[in-house]
Design a binder for this molecule. Structure first.
Ligand code: GLU
Ligand code: ZN
Length: 315
């Protein structure tokens, strides 16, 4: 008979970890909107202290997988701005352009497990059936040439608890879609690369702008699909901060030619970004150094003060 009273050695208590990240695309320089995302993800990581007294880590990933949209020199300029704003990162920055083999391996594994398929439907065809892809090519068996690759979506996850926004419910039909993980033009899809690299970098918390609320549903499904098939991983927690929009309703973005932040005068922009994030920077900070502002912000960061709205007008 089996002895059920075996005394197991005490396992060392694993300290909880925080690994956050900022993942800019080098399609332009940092503007006020991206500064807010960078600052929020940085502060949420750096204000976290685990049981062993260690501060959270904050990593950088340059999402340079879309060469036609890349702006020459933007990656370096973004990193220079982050340094000027006192947002120093941990570990070596990851470039998605170095990750192709890893993405290809994931695609090959998904295909082998029949969790993906080739699709040749055009945008116009999908539009004509109401804009939501209905899995038409799942049974067609298209050749690879001129095809996109779609994920077989078994989960359709569409609800999650957001660190700042509370319970978020995404559009169920959109969340159920077999979405594209490799594009017809040969580029890896954002959904694939972002999830693959959040796994590769061991990310535990994703803090970013509300423009990425809807894609989160798909990313949750992809995490679940990978974890249940061949790539053990933990799904990170997600937190989405409001978007800065101008009075005419446009979000600040590289596409809208939002002005780049000024590397020579970081203090006023940092204080404005803190206010945008609902924090209450004290008056003395107006004459403080970048390091002092950042240290104050880490010490006083309060998630509960971040507005739980999707956008805020900054004009
Ligand atoms: N690279 C994306 C962007 O610049 C952000 C991706 C993410 O934070 O998940 O909008
Ligand atoms: Zn199709």
């Amino acid at each position: 008979m089996q002895n059920l009273h075996i005394k197991r050695p005490q396992e060392p208590k694993q300290a909880s970890q925080y690994r956050g990240r900022f993942a800019p695309s080098p399609s332009g320089l940092l503007h006020f909107g991206s500064l807010i995302s960078a600052l929020a993800s940085f502060l949420d990581a750096k204000s976290f202290i685990n049981d062993n007294g260690q501060q959270g880590k904050w990593l950088i990933r340059i999402e340079d997988i879309d060469p036609p949209r890349e702006q020459q020199g933007a990656s370096t300029a973004i990193l220079t701005s982050l340094e000027a704003y006192g947002l120093h990162w941990d570990e070596t920055e990851l470039y998605q352009s170095d990750q192709s083999q890893y993405y290809r391996d994931i695609l090959a594994n998904l295909a082998q497990q029949e969790l993906s398929y080739f699709c040749q439907c055009t945008r116009a065809q999908i539009k004509s059936i109401g804009g939501i892809y209905q899995g038409h090519c799942r049974r067609v068996n298209h050749p690879e040439k001129n095809s996109a690759i779609r994920l077989v979506n078994h989960y359709g996850l569409h609800q999650f608890d957001d660190i700042f926004q509370g319970s978020v419910v995404c559009d169920q039909a959109l969340a159920n879609e077999d979405f594209i993980i490799h594009r017809k033009d040969g580029l890896f899809a954002y959904q694939l690369a972002v999830v693959a690299d959040d796994i590769a970098q061991g990310i535990t918390h994703v803090v970013r702008g509300c423009d990425l609320l809807e894609p989160t549903a798909r990313q949750l499904t992809l995490f679940q699909t990978l974890n249940n098939s061949f790539l053990k991983c933990n799904t990170p927690l997600f937190g989405h901060i409001p978007l800065a929009i101008t009075s005419d309703g446009y979000k600040l973005s590289k596409q809208n030619k939002a002005p780049a932040i000024d590397n020579d005068k970081p203090q006023p922009a940092l204080i404005a970004a803190l206010k945008f994030l609902g924090q209450s920077p004290v008056a003395e900070l107006t004459s403080a150094s970048v390091e002092e502002i950042i240290q104050w912000a880490i010490n006083h960061w309060q998630r509960s003060l971040v507005p739980n709205t999707v956008e805020i007008n900054i004009d």
